[in-house]
Ligand binder design. Structure first.
Ligand code: SF4
Ligand code: SF4
Length: 169
């Protein structure tokens, strides 16, 4: 079923420039996508498929995207290969970023992302300090890692509304 509001949101991203770009489903994005290649090796034909994502997004088939497995939205690693190779200059990763943001707004992102966001919110570090890391740095004669200002980072993150998107443990 077409979701016209969703389609309009996708098109707003898609038409960031003045030029209207049409995807003619050549599949070049999927053919060269490294994630597609790896996941197809694992899962066969159900691997990650940017061409199909673009088709569903541009047609407004919201359910086909959001009712699918998390690989559909989160498989893209933003390596930008497809953006570089698309003969129609479609900025696929812009549209995929929109899909990821929608997934987070719906509270349906993968758990590891919420945990990592919480770690950054709580400690101002993506990877909290560990004594093993500190020891290794000393062995390598590297300087100690400076402690970030957690309160300052928290304030910045609150200003962009991150605290409202975190999940309780
Ligand atoms: S997004 Fe570009 S590369 Fe991918 S199928 Fe459409 S036209 Fe081809
Ligand atoms: S940017 Fe994403 S969809 Fe495009 S080739 Fe890289 S992993 Fe695949």
């Amino acid at each position: 079923m077409i979701d016209f509001e969703f389609r309009k949101q996708v098109m707003d991203y898609h038409m960031g420039s003045d030029i209207i770009k049409y995807c003619y489903q050549c599949s070049r994005c999927t053919d060269y996508c490294p994630v597609s290649k790896v996941t197809k090796d694992f899962y066969g034909t159900t691997g990650y498929d940017p061409r199909k994502n673009i088709l569903n997004a541009l047609l407004g088939y919201k359910e086909a995207i959001f009712n699918s497995d998390s690989l559909t939205i989160w498989g893209c690693t933003v390596c930008d290969t497809c953006d570089e190779l698309c003969p129609q200059n479609i900025e696929l990763t812009e549209i995929f970023t929109f899909l990821k943001n929608e997934s987070i707004i719906k509270g349906e992102g993968p758990d590891f992302l919420y945990s990592q966001a919480k770690a950054i919110f709580d400690t101002a570090k993506a990877i909290p300090s560990q004594s093993a890391i500190e020891r290794r740095r000393q062995q390598l004669d590297l300087p100690a890692v400076l402690s970030p200002n957690v309160d300052e980072i928290k304030t910045l993150l609150k200003n962009i509304g991150l605290d409202k998107k975190l999940k309780e443990d």
